[in-house]
Design a protein around this ligand. Sequence first.
Ligand code: ZN
Ligand code: MN
Length: 471
Amino acid sequence: MEFEVVIGLEVHVQLNTKTKLFCSCPTSFNEKENSNTCPTCLALPGALPVINREAIHKAIQFGTAVNASINRYSKFDRKNYFYPDLPSGYQISQFYKPIVENGYIEVNGRKIGIVRAHLEADAGKNIHESNYSKVDLNRAGTPLLEIVSAPDLRSSDEAIEYLKKLHSIVRYIDISDANMQEGSFRCDANVSIRPKGDTKLYTRVEIKNINSFRFIQRAIDYEVERQIEAWEDGVYEDEVIQETRLYDSVKNETRSMRGKEESADYRYFPEPDLLEVYIDDETLETYSKIPELPDEKAERFQTELGLSEYDAKVISSSIELANFFEEMINSGASVKNSVTWLTVELLGRLNKNNLPITSSPISSSKLSDLVKAIDNKTISGKAGKDILDYLMEHDISVDEAIEKLGLKQVNDDSAILKLIDEVLSKNSDKVEEYKQGKTKLFGFFVGQVMKASRGSANPQKVNELLRSKLS
Ligand code: ZN
Ligand code: MN
């Protein structure tokens, strides 16, 4: 039997507001344990929450970016559960009326629905060490936007594409640093299968908190395989039950963690300490103006700058890369060479060292200087690669590197002619053979002249001058 995979994703994005969702504690990461706390986020009796406007604004920006409706009225509810890192015994979330509903993003030409995005407060962290556990409440009360997709994704590849797009969008509109290692972009996956052609939804299994794209993909693949096997073995009903499973990246498997709660288990009820959120016209207008999004940028790179669809997509995939590229173009580097030197040469070297573009030792202005030196033939492309290698290790300017490595391209006819004369007189026997018709020796002469110039002669000039000299 052929199966269809059905995936829906829930992503928790930590908003980059300066302060927490309901108090004025800072949201900074890596502080001393329990130092970013106050009576409100410690849930001391009598302390009252006050909503952070900045979080509302960022939710509006997100809703706009994903073509969603932004609810003029939304409200908060209590989601009740006990956990040591949740001192109040409930999470303040939006259940009945979320701030954002009914959007979509486009992933490889398919519209993937976004059912809702709601604001909620994060919990703290439990830290387990050998014989004891500790609780750090610095993160408690940090604003999250939980983004819930429709079950529209049909493969783990598509799920990853969707996540990368979402990741890119939240970075473009600057509502989150979306740092996956620090937990600012966390994903839960709901996975089910069904016989191809069937339209109903079968039992879904939730896989919790997977913290890298690679692991998300593996976790989904493992889970799909497990469900298909259960179906084929005739034990689907027994083995695929609605539950929450944890992905173990070491063993590459998912394991049952707990039965999945239904929403009724959380005893949701309206949060009595907060008013409804109302968004007025002015606020909506101000925050629904958002910067250019990745797809728009890719489109513009193609129509205005003539990039290929592939290059445009690569460069616009992250805001840092797109900015880097645009800074190069704006400082006068040619488009064609900027694309190559950024995507092939610099990214290739960064990947080899496992560095993201944000940690590049070469700034956009330095790479632009290098490209301009190639554009105006001060150096050859080959010399450019040596210079780039050198600049990866040494913090000096492009001009200094050209000087230091002696790679300035020789474009001066008389200097090149001098080298040609030397080469030809040293190889008079070969010149004779050439004149007798062994024309393939031409390449040999070019090579010798280039060698004599230690790679610095302009190869085009060498070709031209040699040809006229030998004819
Ligand atoms: Zn606080
Ligand atoms: Mn949540």
